[in-house]
Design a protein. Structure first.
Ligand code: GDP
Length: 296
């Protein structure tokens, strides 16, 4: 399960302080030393760890905490609040344009789960009585169009395609015309991925962005890739100005580094978590629930 190692380590550490009737500055420092190692071992970005530790210490060593009636619990409350803040604080919802359709571009490296997440997001929207149009904008990976069509059939959602001989910019443009004419309220554009970030890909994504002015650009990243996921998010954000992140494969045994670092490094919220391969395995990301899950 995701975060298992991190959760075990943190819970073990916090247990030592939880019941204490008196907590000293030294106790907090010792605890945070252990928390620091646990976070680094979970592949959390070192700068994120450093800032986090400093913030917790600053608050936890304050008089109101250490002199309170339940100092152990107060310290843990601070850790919980700061962990929540680290992952974005409030839940960040999907955009809704004032004037439909809301246009969402799905971007990311190949294999991250982009096409699957596009289908999952369509299902999530359908459950809210929305009417999404899926757009097959990945014309390079041979099976991508078909893959989206199969998902569309399962969802009973239409998939807009012009085959693989028309440019993705044109496909996106025409899809939006169709969505307006036929009153779809969301347009989900699946775009091409590559194995690595390259300029040609970024140019193309930027052209689509300029042309369709999306309400959201969601980066799909694989949480199993840890710090790499964070580096990818930084690069995509620098080039495209993301509006949010979909973190996939949180059902696997990811150590958690990506989930805990991506918001702090990019400033962009995690909006959804992929929890499996099935179409209903997409959950809105709640930082507070995730923090509580990790801290037990
Ligand atoms: P794309 O190249 O980014 O479009 O990636 P795909 O959507 O084709 O997904 C790549 C693989 O990851 C597929 O086998 C998906 O079933 C799998 N996948 C995607 N999201 C998740 C997830 O949240 N959990 C798990 N376990 N597998 C996922």
């Amino acid at each position: 399960m995701a975060f298992e190692g991190l959760a075990d380590r943190l819970q073990e550490t916090l247990k030592k302080i939880r019941g204490k009737g008196k907590v000293s500055e030294e106790d907090v420092t010792q605890m945070m030393r252990e928390v620091r190692i646990a976070l680094l071992e979970a592949d959390v970005n070192f700068k994120v760890v450093k800032d986090f530790i400093n913030r917790v210490k600053e608050r936890a060593i304050g008089q109101e905490v250490l002199k309170s009636l339940t100092p152990g619990q107060q310290v843990i409350k601070v850790v919980n609040e700061e962990l929540t803040a680290l992952m974005g604080g409030e839940q960040s919802k999907i955009a809704a344009a004032h004037k439909p359709p809301t246009v969402i571009m799905m971007v990311g490296l190949q294999g991250a789960g982009k096409t699957t997440s596009t289908g999952k997001l369509a299902k999530h929207l359908q459950k809210q009585n929305r009417n999404p149009l899926l757009v097959a904008g990945d014309i390079y990976r041979p099976a991508a169009i078909k893959q989206l069509q199969v998902l569309g059939e399962q969802l009973n959602a239409p998939v807009f395609t012009l085959g693989d001989q028309v440019s993705p910019v044109e496909i996106a443009k025409q899809a939006i015309v169709k969505a307006k004419e036929e009153h779809y309220d969301y347009v989900l554009i699946d775009t091409a991925g590559r194995l690595h970030i390259d300029d040609t890909l970024m140019d193309e994504l930027n052209q689509i962005k300029t042309e369709v002015k999306p309400d959201e650009i969601l980066l799909v990243v694989d949480s199993m890739t840890g710090q790499d996921a964070v580096n990818v998010a930084e690069s995509f954000n620098a080039q495209l100005e993301l509006t949010g992140v979909v973190l996939t494969k949180l059902d696997g045994d990811t150590r958690g580094g990506a989930a805990l670092s991506v918001k702090a490094i990019t400033g962009k919220p995690i909006k959804f978590a992929g929890m499996g391969e099935k179409l209903d395995a997409l959950e809105p990301f709640f930082p507070d629930r995730m923090a509580s899950r990790i801290l037990g």
